[in-house]
Design a binder for this molecule. Structure first.
Ligand SMILES: [Zn+2]
Length: 237
């Protein structure tokens, strides 16, 4: 899922590592243990799990990096299964998550479903960046687009370099090169053929979601030294 956020200035990026990974002694042992210990589930969550059982895909929350589903090569949806209630539930859940957060794209694997489905939408209310940034990034609202078994054709291979992020890597961002324009073709929620020519920021979102279908995350394509925790300044406060 790609997120549209207000512009942040990534000026001075200084990392403070007070605990070296190579250090030894009781303090580093405790630190290591805190990273590796499984977090205890609160009582009410334990109770809910006992009553309702473990959640199953499509999840109501976006899976996070580390979940193997994000690295799978996804499967085509058989055309005669598009109208099946199970497929429609996945589509509805994707649209719900798309609209309940400040994101403009989502893919089925992000809900734990390794199928080739993406959904994108940029609502007017999400375009509240300064006008010069909107123009620079070519951000324009567009209505809901659902693509089942999509393919992508590059229309303009000029590379644009902007920061992007993903709800499956919550709280991070990096500079990622993306082609200026692409065309996405596939089937819509009714199983009818559909295509869309996307430019600028919409094209970035489309390429990001298409990558998810091949188990690719933006961190595989980013400029590594631009990778930032969006809250690094808060941590220092
Ligand atoms: Zn993503």
């Amino acid at each position: 899922m790609i997120i549209l956020r207000s512009c942040r200035v990534f000026g001075l990026l200084v990392s403070h590592y007070s605990h070296g990974l190579g250090s030894s002694g009781p303090q580093s042992s405790r630190l290591y243990a805190s990273w590796t210990e499984e977090k205890k589930r609160p009582y009410w969550k334990t109770l809910r799990r006992l009553i309702l059982g473990a959640p199953s895909p499509p999840y109501k929350k976006v899976v996070q990096t580390g979940d193997p589903v994000l690295r799978l090569q996804t499967q085509l949806v058989p055309q005669d299964r598009i109208s099946h209630p199970d497929t429609q539930v996945i589509l509805k859940r994707m649209v719900h998550i798309l609209r309940s957060g400040d994101c403009m794209g989502i893919s089925a694997p992000q809900l734990g479903v390794p199928l080739r489905i993406i959904a994108l939408e940029l609502r007017e209310g999400m375009c509240k960046l300064p006008s010069e940034l909107m123009a620079e990034r070519e951000i324009h609202p567009f209505p809901l687009k659902i693509f089942i078994n999509p393919t992508m054709r590059i229309l303009d291979s000029r590379k644009l370099h902007f920061h992007e992020n993903c709800t499956s890597l919550h709280g991070f961002s990096a500079l990622v090169p993306r082609c200026h324009s692409v065309e996405i073709s596939g089937l819509n929620e009714k199983g009818d053929p559909t295509s869309w020519k996307a430019h600028g920021w919409a094209a970035r979102a489309a390429q990001h979601e298409m990558d998810h279908l091949d188990g690719v995350l933006y961190i595989d394509k980013m400029f590594p030294r631009t990778f930032v925790n969006l809250r690094w300044q808060e941590v220092n406060d």
